[in-house]
Design a protein around this ligand. Structure first.
Ligand code: AP5
Length: 219
């Protein structure tokens, strides 16, 4: 099963992708995580992406398409994957179609998480994650069960993202509405779009997605 999780910054794509990937034995492919790893490692891609990401704008299509094409062709993705944060432009979606065709693959569902812009700002400004395993938490909505200890791996060190500030979030939201929202009609026309209410609490969103994967939902 191959999935795309689509939605604005802070909609819960990463939170849900991590859960669904673990439950179904899928590989989570987050372009944001891959780019942040490249920035941290100081690779050529990382050097090109750093300033763009800090500004909240989109990294160029050719860079992200090359990263994703490389990963999808990896043997671990043969059993299925969740794309989290990709595609983000129509050009990326078209390139993905070509990559999938070339690998004899297809997308089964495009899960769209709908969340109000005001809620997104609150979610992003309260977010932190585990340094060791990347599990996402929130100051208010999703704290570790034991204070200071990651539920997933037991790690004790947490980090906040550099682009999670009010100014950058506004730019990221504008980029979503201008460049990524046109993907909704793209996938709707292909009969693949499955909207879920991303305003619901985290477990309820997971249940909606599981219902989609079981054959319910979609438009
Ligand atoms: P990326 O890392 O993909 O960031 P994003 O799309 O802005 O999404 P986020 O990771 O901020 O949010 P999310 O939807 O995963 O929400 P989360 O689950 O963490 O991209 C970063 C940058 O990289 C981009 O700006 C761009 O520069 C570049 N980039 C990446 N991909 C690219 C591409 N394809 N093309 C070009 N450039 C690209 O949840 C957020 C918070 O809310 C968490 O604290 C969580 O605990 C909480 N939460 C989650 N769900 C709920 C809920 N239902 N109720 C209450 N709280 C919730």
């Amino acid at each position: 099963m191959n999935l795309i999780f689509l939605g604005p910054p802070g909609a819960g794509k990463g939170t849900q992708a991590q859960r669904v990937a673990a439950a179904h034995g899928l590989v989570q492919l987050s372009t944001g995580d891959m780019l942040r790893a490249a920035v941290a490692a100081g690779t050529e891609v990382g050097l090109k992406a750093k300033a763009v990401m800090e500004a909240g704008e989109l990294v160029s299509d050719d860079i992200v398409v090359a990263i994703v094409a490389d990963r999808i062709a990896g043997p671990d993705c043969a059993g299925g994957f969740v794309l989290d944060g990709f595609p983000r432009t129509v050009a990326q979606a078209e390139a993905l179609d070509t990559v999938l065709d070339g690998n004899g693959m297809r997308i089964d569902h495009v899960v769209e998480m709908t969340v109000d812009d005001d809620a997104l700002v609150e979610r992003i400004s309260g977010r932190f994650s585990c340094v060791a395993c990347g599990a996402a938490y929130h100051d208010r909505f999703n704290r570790p069960k034991v204070e200071g200890v990651c539920d997933a791996c037991g790690g004790g060190e947490f980090v906040r993202r550099e682009d999670d500030n009010a100014e950058t979030v506004a730019t990221r939201l504008r980029a979503y509405h201008a460049q990524t929202a046109p993907l909704l009609p793209y996938y709707r026309e292909r009969g693949a779009l499955r909207p879920v209410d991303g305003m619901a609490e985290i477990d309820a969103v997971t249940r909606q997605i599981e219902a989609v994967l079981d054959g319910g939902g979609g438009d």
